[in-house]
Design a protein around this ligand. Structure first.
Ligand code: NAP
Length: 349
């Protein structure tokens, strides 16, 4: 026995599921003991069920593990979930009802009033909502991380909202193909092309950001009063969502104050030294032509948000560019950081 906390992965065979396997290899606190996916994969070994697509070798012990059916019997108490939202709608409450802590990536329950939507650096205090969930007394609950394009935006907005107040946001995204899962968008649709529609994405950015930047109010969250308009595009980049952002602030700020707010921003994961916490969660990159997905996506092992090109905006106050790794900080890494925070705060035993 390793003495580590056993964890399971629901949807272990997909794009985000594979990232979970990669990020959990050698984790100091957690050990993967259970994998599950759809009926297409159940009963096979992980190697048989998965087309491994990451650039590190598939861990040997995982390759031989059986893929279980997606039912709570036999699952450990802590389950990281990377399910299609249709499957998550049904399965996540089933696992929570069976006493599992479900740390979810899917959009299914993010906006439900008693479900915490968490970025640990920004709103770890919203975890108090867990105590209001009907499964909580038996040890079960659902906690979520935001959509992959929302997380980069909110990481960049949070330090400015704290210091100056953010009033309005206009954001245009250029989102990587890995954000659509595997096999995702057909190559003939995306090569040499831009697709100006990602189903539900603009609404997610506009609503999730306000919940994340909102404040705890009794047993609920009062969303931040920020007007957000989002345009979302899929582009032919493998990993890394870029965003062009314009903002209007409530109080005036000098450019050097904005850059310091980003570079000096830290939160609970840094204070608690969580294993997957980036040392500097928001990094300002001063070069004129940065950030770029190819050059900057691995900052902080894919957990840092890189911001650049701060300049005055003729419509609002300021405009800038944001880059965030969509399957690490935007998905598996985000959930893992949530799991680490839950453990340190005593929600997982
Ligand atoms: P994906 O590559 O399509 O993987 C989906 C996973 O769900 C697979 O393991 C699949 O198993 C499993 N699954 C599908 N239907 C199931 C069912 N009825 N019962 C049990 N398992 C089922 O998708 P993904 O990109 O990893 O995304 C997973 C979730 O994370 C989605 O909700 C997505 O919106 C969210 N997310 C993705 C990203 C990203 O950048 N990709 C970022 C943030 C959030 P089989 O292999 O057996 O079919």
């Amino acid at each position: 026995m390793s003495g580590k906390i056993p964890v399971g992965i629901l949807g272990a065979t997909g794009t985000v599921g594979q990232r979970f396997i990669q990020l959990l290899e050698g984790h100091p606190w957690f050990e993967v003991t259970w994998l599950a996916a759809s009926d297409r994969s159940a009963g096979k070994t992980y190697a048989e069920a998965t087309k491994w697509r990451l650039n590190t070798p598939r861990p040997k012990n995982i390759a031989e593990m059986p893929v279980s059916p997606a039912i709570p019997e036999g699952a450990p108490k802590l389950v990281f979930a990377a399910l299609d939202s249709t499957a998550a709608n049904e399965l996540e409450p089933l696992f929570a009802g069976a006493g599992c802590a479900v740390v979810s990536n899917s959009s299914s329950f993010r906006m439900v009033a008693d479900v915490p939507l968490i970025i640990p650096e920004v709103n770890g205090d919203h975890l108090k909502l867990l105590q209001t969930q009907k499964w909580f007394k038996k040890g079960g609950f659902i906690v979520t991380n935001p959509n992959c394009s929302t997380i980069g935006l909110v990481m960049a907005l949070a330090p400015l909202h704290l210091k100056f107040g953010v009033e309005k946001v206009f954001v245009t995204t250029m989102q990587a193909v890995s954000g659509a899962g595997y096999p995702g968008v057909a190559s003939l649709d995306i090569l040499g092309n831009v697709i100006p529609h990602i189903s539900g994405e603009e609404e997610k950015m506009e609503t999730e950001s306000r919940k994340l930047l909102g404040v705890m109010n009794g047993n609920g969250v009062t969303p931040a009063e920020i007007l957000i308009g989002a345009h979302c595009n899929r582009v032919a980049v493998e990993d890394g969502h870029m965003e062009s952002v314009s903002i209007k602030l409530r109080r005036p700020a000098l450019p050097e104050e904005i850059i310091s707010a980003w570079n000096e921003f830290t939160g609970l994961p840094q204070k608690l030294r969580l294993p997957n916490a980036p040392e500097q969660p928001v990094v300002y990159e001063p070069a004129q032509d940065r950030p770029q997905p190819r050059l900057d996506i691995h900052r902080g092992a894919g957990m840092a948000t890189v911001v650049g090109r701060l300049r005055p905006c003729t419509l609002f106050d300021w405009k800038f560019t944001v880059l965030s790794h969509n399957t690490i900080r935007g998905a598996a890494g985000a959930a893992l950081l949530n799991g680490e925070l839950l453990k340190v705060l005593g929600y997982i035993h």
